[in-house]
Design a protein around this ligand. Structure first.
Ligand code: GLY
Length: 348
């Protein structure tokens, strides 16, 4: 893959840490490598598995796995081709976390750079900071040779123009005659993201999450994906976790941190995800007194899916409700890449 991350400088940095981990003598896991991702990550898990079984650090394997979606204009939730904010500008969020070094990097609201997870990797590897935002993040990326490009595809622009025309009867935009063909959630918004957690054969963990965020968001809105503990988290002694769906709910409950801590306390991965979703549901119920649209009947009106990969190779996934892209997740291990079905907090 032609990217700044593949340069010799980065390989050297990666090799340094990998060598240190090896020297400190962690025994190889009998179970081998495991990679999990969101539903849109079938090719991602294959690529990350290939890389981590080839000796790459799990965090790097995750970052390069999600790059497949960042590069894909047909994945309108991530990178190039992602849906824009309300002004028609694509703003991307991403983060990665490295288990062995307990370090992380992130970028938020970055424009014109299609691989924000790789920029997050550079933040982690080359700075004493965790999160860079906006123009500063872009300038940082440019300094490492990431090219600037327009990320708004014709298809994404057409969807945005249709949304802008249809959103209100009280403006000067003429509504499309045939109505909107977008599949919206109960709040009339589209969320999309890819998360990837990777377990290496030696037991090391790493993860990445990348997104174009909430479609048609207010410019500058940052979701959960670049926030450590929210859109992703890993602890090399315990496991790795991530989230896709309504970022605001993920942030308010610190879901990825919570999933990892529940696994530390002994929960199975799916149990840990369900525990965090119960917290999310309770917070949504409280919030709904001021934002009634967040609650529908006896449950939250929005979707959130959590992914968990434990250090022993066990994995799980759970969603609040069975939305279009929820519940199903991607896995790759010695049995190959496949989709599996996760649990639901509200099955009926
Ligand atoms: N989970 C992606 C976002 O809300 O931005």
């Amino acid at each position: 893959m032609n990217s700044p991350l593949s340069r010799r400088q980065m390989l050297a940095a990666s090799a340094g840490i990998a060598t240190a981990a090896t020297l400190h003598g962690r025994a190889a896991r009998a179970g081998g490598a495991v990679v999990i991702s969101s539903k849109n990550g079938l090719r991602c898990v294959q690529e990350a598995y290939r890389r981590v079984t080839g000796g790459e650090r799990p965090v790097r394997a995750a970052v390069m796995g999600v790059a497949i979606n960042e590069d894909d204009p047909e994945d309108m939730s991530v990178g190039y081709g992602g849906l824009p904010n309300e002004e028609g500008v694509v703003q991307l969020d991403a983060a990665c976390m490295d288990g062995p070094s307990a370090n992380a990097g992130a970028v938020a609201a970055i424009e014109n750079i299609k691989n924000p997870a790789q920029v997050a990797f550079f933040v982690m590897e080359h700075t004493d900071h965790v999160l860079l935002v906006g123009e500063g993040a872009k300038r940082f990326a440019r300094s490492y040779g990431f090219p600037e490009q327009d990320l708004l595809t014709d298809k994404a622009r057409a969807i945005w123009l249709r949304w802008r025309a249809a959103r209100s009867r009280n403006d000067d935009w003429l509504s499309p005659a045939d109505g909107s063909d977008l599949e919206l959630d109960a709040q009339g918004r589209l969320y999309g993201t890819i998360h990837c957690s990777v377990l290496a054969p030696n037991g090391d963990l790493g993860c990445a999450t990348t997104t174009s965020g909430l479609s048609f968001k207010i410019p500058g809105r940052v979701g959960d994906s670049p926030l450590i503990g929210c859109g992703l988290y890993c602890d090399n002694d315990v496991g790795s976790a991530g989230a896709t769906g309504r970022g605001e709910a993920s942030i308010l409950s610190g879901v990825s941190w919570l999933v990892v801590e529940r696994m530390r306390a002994g929960d199975e991965p799916t149990q840990a995800c369900l525990h965090a979703l119960r917290r999310v549901s309770e917070y949504a119920r409280r919030q709904s007194r001021w934002q009634p649209a967040l609650w529908a009947g006896d449950r939250p009106s929005f979707d959130l899916t959590l992914y968990a990969l434990r250090k022993d190779g066990q994995f799980g996934c759970a969603s609040l409700r069975a939305g279009k892209d929820e519940r199903v997740f991607a896995v790759c291990d010695a049995q190959g890449a496949r989709h599996e079905t996760g649990a639901l907090l509200y099955p009926n």
